[in-house]
Design a protein around this ligand. Structure first.
Ligand code: NAD
Length: 496
């Protein structure tokens, strides 16, 4: 078993990436500017990172376009493409411990999770799409004697990928994997809070033999580098994961520029419904706690609303609190830690502001509610539970993106469905019952892209992931994601 000392020593000895990866080279920003990459674990500075702006984005897009038009990657035989993507995955596996450490340093998530969830998840995703790339078939039209018609999938061209900081490498790979598999070129802008693993990924892709210009990583801020990418006239699509307000801006940028496609994975306010006939109250209590507190609540599918049927509500909330009380914030680099720091001072303040609002709106605080470990300099907020939250309250409607659970009690299934569907979001939902008819009917009525029955987050790379309503559109994961990065071309050959 590795220790805190092991990861602290490793953090002092590994090369921390800080340069962009553009056109096959590891380079500083054209302006020479850098920004301080902050450590949420202790409030210090991890390193200086190239601060790319519109000029760097233009350089990267030009390289991506050239690579696409030259066609070295796009036209490469699928067996060779697979070989390179598998080597890319193998190199990530070789450096998995370093990648996990970079992720935990950058965003404050427990090293245990980086090692067991984020990095293996990214590697699995890459291997899944490497496997899938020769399993995309076109269509042959109805036969006539004098014409053959068929539809083929054409890669879109240059894909701009913009991702958030909560699962930096995993979110990036959910887009990079299928976009590469379909033969596109990519310009990826990681979140300014979490550039490290994306930069390392860019370097590993080059080592694996991905041709220059096919995968460019350009770190920088949203309002400069991100906006320049989204407004660029030579980008064919923006694949985005992040907040609703930025998602709306990206659609405007598309309209103001070249009508590039936009796919959006946005926020959520996901409900977990526990009916009185729940088959396993203890398992549901664990799911209710970890559904919202995993990754410090910084999860788009966080089960941030618990809807519990009145008959069992008191008993169930007690069980939930028992589980939640054992979740203690700790140093993210300690392998024993299960709950780390929030990503930034700003995100911590947002969570504390929502806690203040919930208090002032009269919700009942049952657990937590405070900043802790302040002496470390890091941004730690306790797991927090509010009871008696009404559907009209702020905590029941707005995404906190932090460790705050809103508990609401209901009487009937109809009421539960109405409350569950009563926000602008529609990302995930869950329900616990032993009644298969109730399970099926409720699952169909819930307006959410993901519904889990008797479990939370119970799916993997093989199933599509994405939201309804203001949680966005377009799907990551599964074979459906491949088609997002291609278009259909109908070809007809007249036989003469
Ligand atoms: P954010 O929208 O502020 O930032 C996301 C990315 O967009 C960052 O890379 C940022 O630099 C960039 N950006 C910001 N302004 C931009 C602009 N004007 N033009 C172009 N790019 C810009 O979101 P965040 O705070 O980093 O992440 C939290 C949000 O992400 C939450 O709402 C969460 O629910 C959502 N999220 C959704 C999913 C999902 O799959 N549905 C997954 C993770 C996170």
């Amino acid at each position: 078993m590795t220790s805190l000392a092991h990861f602290e020593t490793l953090a002092g000895s590994i090369a921390i990436p800080g340069h962009a990866v553009i056109d096959g080279k590891v380079v500083p920003a054209l302006s020479g500017k850098t920004f301080a990459n902050n450590s949420p674990r202790n409030g210090g500075v991890i390193n200086q990172v190239a601060e790319a702006d519109a000029a760097d984005i233009d350089l990267a897009v030009t390289a991506a376009r050239r690579a696409f038009e030259e066609g070295t990657w796009r036209r490469m035989h699928y067996r060779q493409k697979k070989k390179i993507l598998f080597k890319f995955a193998d190199l990530m596996e070789r450096d998995a411990e370093q990648l996990a450490l970079l992720e935990s340093l950058d965003v404050g998530k427990p090293i245990k999770d980086s090692l067991s969830v984020d990095i293996p998840g990214a590697i699995k995703t890459l291997r899944y799409y490497a496997e899938a790339l020769d399993k995309v078939y076109g269509e042959v039209g109805p036969e006539t004697t004098d014409r053959i018609s068929f539809a083929v999938h054409e890669p879109l061209g240059v894909i701009g990928v913009i991702v958030p900081w909560n699962f930096p490498l995993l979110m990036a790979m959910w887009k990079v994997g299928p976009a590469l598999a379909m033969g596109n070129s990519i310009v990826l802008k990681p979140a300014e809070q979490s550039p490290l693993t994306a930069l390392k990924m860019g370097e590993l892709a080059l080592e694996a033999g991905l041709p220059a210009g096919v995968l460019n990583i350009v770190p920088g801020f949203g309002a400069t580098a991100g906006k320049a990418l989204a407004l660029h006239m030579d980008v064919d699509m923006i694949a985005f994961t992040g907040s609703g307000p930025v998602g709306k801006l990206l659609m405007q940028y598309s309209g103001q520029s070249n009508l590039k496609r936009v796919s959006l994975e946005l926020g959520g306010k996901s409900p977990q419904i526990v009916f009185a006939d729940c088959p396993d109250l203890n398992a549901a209590a664990v799911s209710a706690a970890w559904g919202v507190f995993f990754n410090q609540g910084e999860v788009c599918t966080a089960a941030s609303r618990l809807l519990v049927q009145e008959d069992i509500a008191d008993e169930f909330v007690d069980k939930l609190l028992k589980v939640a009380k054992k979740i203690i914030p700790g140093d993210p680099l300690n392998p024993a830690t299960t709950f780390g720091s929030m990503v930034s001072e700003q995100q911590m303040k947002t969570a504390l502001r929502y806690i203040g609002t919930a208090n002032s709106e009269g919700n009942t605080l049952r657990l937590g509610g405070k900043r802790v470990r302040e002496e470390s300099g890091g941004y730690f907020v306790e797991p927090t539970v509010f009871d008696a939250v009404q559907p009209s309250h702020t905590l029941a409607r707005e995404e906190v993106f932090g460790p705050v659970l809103a508990v609401t009690r209901f009487k009937t299934a109809e009421e539960a469905i109405k409350i569950a569907n009563g926000t602008v979001y529609g990302l995930a939902a869950g329900l616990w019952t032993r009644d298969v008819t109730l399970a099926h009917r409720t699952a169909r009525e819930l307006k959410a892209g993901l519904v889990w029955v008797n479990g939370w987050d119970a799916c993997d790379i093989t199933m599509p992931f994405g939201g309804f309503k203001q949680s966005g559109f377009g799907r990551d994961r599964s074979m459906h994601a491949l088609h997002k990065y291609a278009d259909l071309k109908s070809i007809s050959i007249t036989l003469r």
